[in-house]
Design a protein around this ligand. Structure first.
Ligand SMILES: Nc1ncnc2c1ncn2[C@@H]1O[C@H](COP(=O)(O)OP(=O)(O)OP(=O)(O)O)[C@@H](O)[C@H]1O
Length: 226
């Protein structure tokens, strides 16, 4: 069953001098539980696409269906609920709250959604990402790799339907990239969360089940990674 269907999406940016179309009649779908990597050269529109799917940016035409519901037609309130409950987002720069300890950072989505903490799930995430010993530390006391693993635990904590990752290994060295991707792959196998991961790194994309290549506003290549 399809969790995500992006249909004929057009997205332009306009400034005082010109209008440029970044996404041009773009369509693709992601099956529930699938893991897709999105590649494309700098400026090809990868982050724009993720932001549109996260309902952080409006599109000009087309539709984006999540579990059959068109999120582009959502009211402001519905968008807030969608972002809070249905999706998890991981950015390149970790985006942790600096004055809150690791555990508070991880539990933040639950607090925002006023949801109870599932202790067993949190414990599983801490173990799977090897951060159980860091729960009382502040983000600044952690290495980049550890900070990103905390950000991933936070993105998984409310068991989102869809996990959006924008260059999550962009600030990591190759050793930490490998550690993080191994852990992410295992978590994906366990949780069956649908993942879309933007990367410029072919080695990172190889952890996904398929790779889509964005060029001239649409996907030009779909390759099965296995
Ligand atoms: N807010 C904005 N206003 C105008 N143009 C923008 C805006 N955001 C992005 N763009 C332009 O849209 C294009 C796509 O940007 P986007 O950030 O989506 O690309 P990307 O593939 O994620 O790039 P990178 O790999 O460098 O992060 C670029 O040409 C960029 O300059």
């Amino acid at each position: 069953m399809k969790l995500l269907e992006v249909k004929n999406v057009h997205k332009c940016y306009a400034n005082t001098r010109r209008v440029s179309e970044v996404l041009h009649d773009l369509s693709f779908a992601a099956e529930e539980g699938s893991f897709t990597a999105i590649m494309g050269k700098s400026g090809s529109g990868k982050s724009t696409l993720l932001n549109c799917i996260a309902s952080l940016l409006p599109i000009d035409s087309g539709s984006i269906l999540v579990k059959g519901q068109d999120i582009t037609a959502f009211s402001r309130k519905q968008r807030e609920v969608y972002r809070r409950e249905d999706i998890g987002i991981v950015f390149q720069d970790f985006a942790l709250l600096p004055f809150h300890c690791v555990l508070e950072n991880i539990l933040l989505p639950l607090h925002l959604a006023k949801k109870a903490v599932d202790q067993a799930h949190v414990e599983m995430l801490l173990q799977a990402l090897d951060i159980a010993q860091l729960t009382t530390a502040l983000p600044q006391e952690l290495s980049g790799g550890e900070q990103q693993r905390v950000a991933i635990a936070r993105a998984f904590v409310h068991q989102p339907k869809l996990l959006l990752m924008d260059e999550p290994t962009g600030n990591l060295d190759s050793e930490n990239t490998h550690i993080l991707m191994e852990m992410l792959k295992e978590l994906h196998e366990k949780q069956k969360t649908t993942i879309l991961l933007v990367t410029h790194d072919r080695d990172v994309a190889a952890y996904a089940e398929r790779t889509l290549l964005l060029q001239d506003g649409k996907f030009i290549e779909k390759c099965d990674n296995h």
